[in-house]
Design a binder for this molecule. Structure first.
Ligand code: IPM
Ligand code: MN
Length: 355
């Protein structure tokens, strides 16, 4: 099979973690007789510096004409501390999501037995956690009407949802729940927000088509607490854009490191696979960033975009071995015995070759 993949390394540690994921994709496709055609595009701050635009048209064209997109990270501290700038790196990511119609973001949270001690939460609580968020990605307060007064003493953002935007997320959630442990949690703030009541009503009306799935409706503030208190209780969780952004960062603590968490953004056009972590500018160029979130995102890409399950499983299995053998970057290391970004990538690559 020939796989046409667009790479958008972006900013900060993005290029370093993407480089390792490319190594792994190449090794896997060699093993299973596939070939990959790579193309590389600009996004984020690096795109602003070169073109003035965080998501240039050329990058969008490249994404549309690829079978899948592997994305690093965007963000640059030079932009963070200056709220008056008119263009920001993050806008590149948001425009890409909107223009590619990537309305759902799948963010799994899992644990590795050998890493249970790395979580700041007690072993007995995190053990066995295996859940997946379906975060709505192209609507809500991220994309609603917004504005500010000329005097800069007033500003507003609005959260809007249409029934169909909720339905398509709920459908993904119900279908996933069916394949997993048949439990779905709809997270909202229906005691206060009108959009949340729309979410709740919409999901309730779909329940009759999924009688085998047990649905719970929970308020976002309570879920924020229960995720830490009893993460094992959850399986598939569906929620709006902003709630999903916040809760998935929180959930990454369960696994022990944000550097482990992959994601898939899916919708009407080419899917995008990206780690949930940011551009981690402090680590840029130091060869210390954890490449596993991006490598696991590549595994999701093999499975979802190419239907290559064996390839995806082999990547997951060897990542899991690397963790057991403590071939890990400093975020996961014990007693200062850590490996560099490229050493972790090389180890996994060599193990794939030996399989
Ligand atoms: C994420 C990020 C983005 C978001 C930022 C970089 C715009 O935090 O993918 O979770 O808020 O969606
Ligand atoms: Mn986020």
């Amino acid at each position: 099979m020939n796989l046409k993949i667009a790479l958008l390394p972006g900013d900060g540690i993005g290029p370093e973690v993407i480089k390792e994921a490319v190594k792994i994709c190449e090794a896997i496709s060699k093993k299973f007789d596939h070939s990959i055609t790579w193309q590389e595009g600009l996004v984020g701050a690096s795109a602003i510096y070169k073109t003035g635009d965080p998501y240039p048209d050329a990058t969008h064209e490249m994404c549309i004409n690829s079978d899948a997109v592997l994305f690093g990270a965007v963000g640059d501290p030079k932009f963070d501390n200056n709220p008056s700038l008119s263009v920001r790196p993050e806008e590149g990511l948001l425009r890409m999501r909107k223009k590619l119609g990537l309305y759902a973001n799948l963010r799994p949270t899992f644990t590795f037995e050998s890493l249970l001690e790395m979580s700041p939460i007690k072993r007995s609580i995190v053990k066995g956690t295996n859940l997946i968020f379906v975060r709505e990605l192209t609507g809500g307060i991220y994309f609603g009407k917004r504005g500010k007064s000329p005097e800069n003493d007033y500003a507003f953002d609005t959260c809007e949802y249409k029934r169909e935007e909720v339905e398509r997320i709920a459908k993904i959630g119900f279908d996933l729940a069916r394949k997993r442990s048949k439990k779905l949690c709809c997270i909202d703030k229906a005691n206060v927000l009108e959009t949340s009541r729309l979410w709740r009503k919409t999901v309730q009306s779909m329940e009759r088509n999924y009688k085998d799935v047990e649905v719970s409706y929970e308020f976002v503030d309570a879920v924020a607490m229960r995720l830490i208190h009893s993460p094992n209780k959850y399986d598939v969780l569906i929620t709006s854009n902003l709630f999903g952004d916040i809760l998935t960062d929180e959930a990454s603590v369960i696994s022990g490191s944000m550097g482990l968490m992959p994601s898939a953004s899916i919708g009407s056009q080419t899917s995008v696979y990206e780690p949930i972590h940011g551009s981690f500018p402090e680590a840029k160029g130091k060869n210390i960033a954890n490449p596993l979130a991006t490598i696991l995102s590549a595994s999701m890409m093999f499975e979802r975009s190419f239907n290559l399950t064996k390839e995806a499983e082999m990547i997951r299995k060897i990542v899991s071995h690397s963790i057991e053998k403590k071939i890990v970057t400093e975020d996961l290391a014990e007693n200062n015995k850590s490996f560099s970004t490229s050493q972790v990538g090389d180890w996994i690559k060599e193990r794939i070759e030996k399989e």
